[in-house]
Design a protein around this ligand. Structure first.
Ligand code: A3P
Length: 320
């Protein structure tokens, strides 16, 4: 991706230099583009969002998994891929299933990365095309909304997102900018200064859109998925247009998919190797639990985030 990124950087250089800046989580800077913060020089960045908006063409049968990072992207990618392809890749021959060999991020491409490719991932009228994106709702390429494409959004308790992002960023940060302390990470998070942030605006954008367009947008939470995986996987399958039949349910197909995509299974498959340069496979699998924030936030920090969340999500029915 390096060369393609460098070309894009040149093309959008002028646009980038005029944007407000803050200290980055992965690279030196974040840029404020269309009211959200984006890393300056990674594959999911202000530049690749601009390129997606200019070049990406959605098709009506496309399906998009939209998330703010660390909210359950990898999990929903694996589940959606396994659900949609279950007649091609049989869950009863598990050892040859792509998810037993490849990282979920290799099975479901990011729109932002697709914009870098000269050759498309999907060819010959492949349908449905399954993509993921971190873009805020208001920044999605116009054709995604105009074509009425289906979008699955998953959100997660902001405190667990903060903890997850803190570890993730420290593993992937440019060496030249040193490590983040948890206090610094907390400060930046509360100010909304995280990649794809403010957190609350990203979530609210999709939440409101899902209320307006329930047939096209499914709003899930990481916590619901954890507490009742089976029923949420069934809901997901229905929304994707691949509901489980009675026979499949009787044969335990739902449970097989849940197991194939479980944290334990995927963590084991992804112990070694890389998704692409700079992204080790194992970086996407840390603890996979609800509530690790209790091991990291002081009472004061926790109260502070509760207060912000209460104000920002006032009137919304989101519980973690
Ligand atoms: P933790 O850092 O709290 O462990 P994303 O995929 O959006 O980047 O989110 C990563 C978070 O989801 C990490 O959280 C990771 O461990 C967790 N995760 C990854 N795969 C999972 C799975 N199959 N089931 C549940 N959680 C998973």
């Amino acid at each position: 991706h390096g060369k393609a990124l460098a070309l894009l950087d040149n093309r959008y250089k002028d646009k980038l230099t005029s944007l407000p800046k803050e200290k980055g989580w992965f690279t030196e800077n974040l840029h404020l583009y269309q009211d959200f913060w984006h890393e300056s020089a990674r594959v999911v960045s202000a530049v690749t969002v601009m390129a997606s908006q200019d070049n990406f063409q959605a098709q009506p049968t496309d399906i998009y998994i939209a998330t703010l990072q660390k909210s359950g992207t990898t999990w929903v990618k694996a589940l959606s891929f396994a659900i949609i392809n279950r007649t091609i890749y049989k869950t009863n021959s598990l050892s040859t299933h792509p998810l037993q060999i490849l990282n979920p991020h290799r099975c479901v491409p990011f729109v932002e990365i697709e914009a870098l490719h000269r050759l498309p991932t999907y060819v010959d009228g492949h349908s449905p095309r399954l993509f993921s994106t971190h873009m805020p709702y208001t920044s999605l390429p116009k054709s995604v909304l105009d074509n009425g494409c289906r979008i699955v959004y998953i959100c997660r308790n902001p405190k667990d997102v903060l903890v997850s992002l803190f570890y993730y960023a420290n593993r992937l940060r440019d060496k030249s900018i040193g490590q983040l302390t948890f206090e610094e990470a907390f400060e930046m998070f509360t100010k909304g200064v995280i990649p794809l942030g403010p957190y609350w605006d990203h979530v609210k954008g999709y939440y409101m859109a899902a209320l307006e367009r329930p047939k096209e947008i499914l709003f899930l939470t990481y916590e619901d998925m954890q507490k009742d995986t089976v029923n949420n996987v069934k809901r997901l399958a229905e929304f994707l247009g691949y509901p489980f039949s009675k026979e499949e349910e009787d044969e335990g197909e739902v449970d097989k998919i849940v197991k194939l995509c479980s944290f334990e299974t995927l963590k084991d498959v992804n112990k070694h190797g890389v998704v692409n340069k700079g992204f080790p496979n194992d970086v996407f699998f840390r603890k996979g639990k609800i509530g690790d924030w209790t091991n990291h936030l002081t009472d004061e920090m926790s109260q502070c985030l509760d207060e912000i969340t209460k104000i920002k999500f006032d009137g919304l029915d989101i519980s973690f």
